[in-house]
Ligand binder design. Structure first.
Ligand SMILES: C[S@@+](CC[C@H](N)C(=O)[O-])C[C@H]1O[C@@H](n2cnc3c(N)ncnc32)[C@H](O)[C@@H]1O
Length: 195
């Protein structure tokens, strides 16, 4: 089954059981309509991919697309990033984490809804294997500064060259739109120390 049923799956998630094979596990948080993850799963079939999306509408659309494309190395979960990180994933079991164009919540009264905080960055780092990679992009200048500051608070995460890190990765759905609109995009790539 491509769609993960938390009533049936072992918790915390057991990757070998979930994917019915042993392979490095990558997770995309806030996968939207799934363009990035599905392209990546086809381009780099030697990894297992889990997409987590809060919005049922986008999650369901991605399920349909994944079915049409016949991918076998993808699992899709409708829940929040916070639920995933705090309840569902074992520490140090994820090879690559992608958080691409997280909602910027531009109004000041909504800033508390933003995903990037020092606490959430520490949790992201805790699920990565030593040497694992975190990829982030944003088109929002002020939120990009907040993201950069929160990433800097985590001593376990070391910035690496972004051009090299992103060079073999597909574009996301939002990114394609933003490029056409000429928006400036900031990218961050970090490696967990200890490999
Ligand atoms: C701006 S869109 C970007 C979608 C996709 N990454 C892209 O670049 O095309 C942000 C996505 O993150 C999802 N999202 C926002 N907060 C989330 C959370 N806490 N947990 C999981 N998904 C979330 C939204 O529903 C939305 O689909």
């Amino acid at each position: 089954m491509i769609e993960v049923d938390l009533n049936v799956a072992s918790l915390p998630l057991d990757w070998d059981e979930l994917f019915s094979r042993k392979a490095p596990v990558d997770i995309e948080i806030g996968s939207g309509k799934g363009a990035f993850l599905l392209d990546l799963a086809i381009r780099q079939p030697d990894h297992n991919y889990l997409a987590v999306e809060r919005a049922p509408k986008y999650h369901n659309l991605t399920c349909q697309r994944a079915g049409r494309r016949g991918v076998t190395n993808v699992r899709l979960l409708q829940t929040t990033a916070e639920d995933l990180l705090n309840r569902l994933v074992r520490p140090e079991t994820v090879e690559r984490l992608f958080v691409l164009f997280p909602d910027p919540w531009p109004k000041k009264r909504h800033h508390k809804r933003r995903f990037f905080t020092p606490e959430n960055v520490a949790t992201l780092s805790s699920v990565l294997v030593p040497g694992g990679l975190l990829y982030v992009k944003s088109d929002h200048p002020e939120y990009s500064d907040v993201i950069e500051a929160s990433l800097r608070t985590c001593a376990d995460l070391e910035p690496i060259d972004t051009t090299e890190a992103f060079q073999d990765l597909p574009l996301t759905g939002f990114e394609r739109k933003y490029i056409v609109e000429g928006r400036m995009i900031r990218a961050f790539a970090l490696k967990k120390r200890g490999s």
